[in-house]
Design a protein around this ligand. Structure first.
Ligand code: ARG
Length: 458
């Protein structure tokens, strides 16, 4: 028990059950032990542990770390949280006399705030790697299909033809922003609350910056109250995870659509699809569907966390114990979803013929017709009208825009000479959009190059 002195009884069983967190915070154990070793060193430097005591303490912590790793040491039902359990473990290994000295100048409040950051920094690295694998899978598909075209959509309606590579790279852009968001987060989270004590700092002449450095942080926090009670680092990471989840869900949704008989754009590799227990013909896009659903779960985690943080007065409140599960859960989901998405996307086969065949359907070249008139000096307003009329005529006759006769075209607008047909091809339309960020092949090749650079930068 950590607070025996002023209590005449232990907690009731019900209270203890409510309080318990070892079933989810045990993953902080390696970080807690690393923090304890760093803390032992600053206690020693402050003259509060002898050389011999420091050696014994570090040896005890090392054995404890090993026993945690092998599963030899596990929390007891009587241990309230990971910190309590590990203190018991240390006392068992080095004795109460020495073990009892480690608690000087620290509190579970600064311990947990520090360890949660450490855990999250490692998790963020993993999520970043996993995200880059998805970006790479998409970029490879883009590069493997340099000439493939499809109808780009707005409102899910055929809009203008684009390169498949342009479409896939659009998703890469969003995911790379997610990666960069996580990297920015890192800089703000690189401060260690260790040494802040319960809330006010320590009177024992300890050096929080030394602990910070040993634990891989840039420095200690500037304010002990903020350091022990702020969880915006957790909320911000949860937002980045949720945003990443949402971006993945947008890709997933397209895979689901593209995999339908109506689209017929893609075939899933057998190892990234599932069958049906009753319908022998089925090949279902479960990876995409699960990714789509997990994004909802991650949004829930973000919302739940922010709601628990709202209106908490300074400094530490026990409410803060509720900060970890939603964050752990989002990371667990991403650990599952990211490699699955990378695998599914990397092995997707595209029916580029089907895509090309569908690309002009729905008069996706109407804008090209209008822009051709603009280049001949016709105001866009008039050109838009004229192109619209051509669409109406073609629709009535059940033909494509390029199949309108010379007199039909001339009847719509005197400037519409038969040469307009030269721009009424999917390839021509795509090649013409060569503005920065446009879908023209040379622009897309540049874009793919930049995406590859950004992948290797991280
Ligand atoms: N397990 C707690 C948490 O996760 C840390 C313990 C702090 N408890 C306390 N009564 N001050 O936040």
């Amino acid at each position: 028990m950590l607070w025996g002195g002023r209590f005449s009884s232990g907690p009731s069983e019900t209270m203890a059950a409510l309080s318990l967190s070892t079933h989810f915070d045990w993953c902080l154990a390696p970080y807690d032990i690393a923090g304890s070793a760093a803390h032992a060193r600053v206690l020693h430097r402050a003259g509060l542990l002898t050389d011999e005591e420091l050696d014994r303490m570090l040896a005890g912590l090392e054995t404890l770390a090993e026993d945690v790793r092998t599963g030899e040491f596990v929390p007891d039902p009587g241990d309230e949280d990971v910190h309590t359990a590990l203190e018991r473990g240390l006392l068992e290994r080095v004795g109460n006399q020495l073990g009892g000295k480690l608690r000087a100048g620290r509190s579970r409040n600064d311990q947990v705030a520090t360890q949660f950051r450490m855990w999250l920094r490692d998790a963020v690295h993993r999520v970043t790697e996993g995200t880059l694998d998805v970006v790479e899978a998409l970029e490879r598909q883009a590069t493997a299909h340099p000439g493939a075209v499809l109808a780009g959509r707005t409102h899910l309606q055929h809009a203008q033809p684009v390169l498949l590579a342009h479409h896939l790279l659009a998703h890469c852009q969003a995911l790379l922003r997610d990666v960069e968001r996580l990297r920015d987060w890192e800089a703000r989270t690189a401060q260690s609350p260790y040494g802040a004590g319960a809330l006010a700092g320590s009177s024992l002449g300890l050096d929080p910056d030394a602990v910070a450095e040993e634990l891989g942080f840039d420095q200690g926090v500037d304010n002990s109250m903020d350091g022990t009670s702020a969880r915006d680092f957790a909320a911000e990471a949860s937002f980045a995870f949720a945003m990443l989840g949402v971006n993945l869900s947008r890709i997933a949704e397209e895979v689901v659509l593209w995999n339908t008989a109506e689209f017929g754009y893609v075939t899933l590799d057998d190892s990234w699809a599932t069958g049906s227990s009753i319908m022998p013909q089925k090949k279902n896009p479960d990876v995409a569907e699960l990714a789509r659903a997990k994004s909802g779960r991650m949004l829930g985690n973000l919302t739940g966390l922010l709601t628990s943080l709202k209106a908490q007065p300074l400094a530490y409140n026990r409410d803060l114990q509720e900060d970890k599960e939603p964050v752990f859960d989002s990371v667990r989901q991403l650990d599952l979803v990211l490699p699955a998405m990378a695998g599914m996307l990397g092995t997707l086969s595209f029916d580029t013929e089907r895509m090309a065949e569908m690309a002009p359907v729905g008069f996706t070249l109407a804008t090209d017709l209008a822009e051709w008139l603009v280049r001949r000096g016709v105001p866009f307003r008039t050109a838009h009208e004229a192109a619209g009329e051509c669409v109406r005529l073609a629709e009535q006759r059940g033909v494509g825009l390029d199949e309108l006769t010379g007199s039909e075209l001339a009847g719509v607008h005197p400037e519409l000479t038969p040469e307009v047909r030269e721009v009424l091809t999917v390839r021509g339309a795509v090649a013409a959009r060569n503005s920065r960020g446009g879908t023209a092949p040379e622009r897309v090749a540049e874009q793919a190059r930049r995406v590859r650079e950004r992948i290797t930068e991280h």
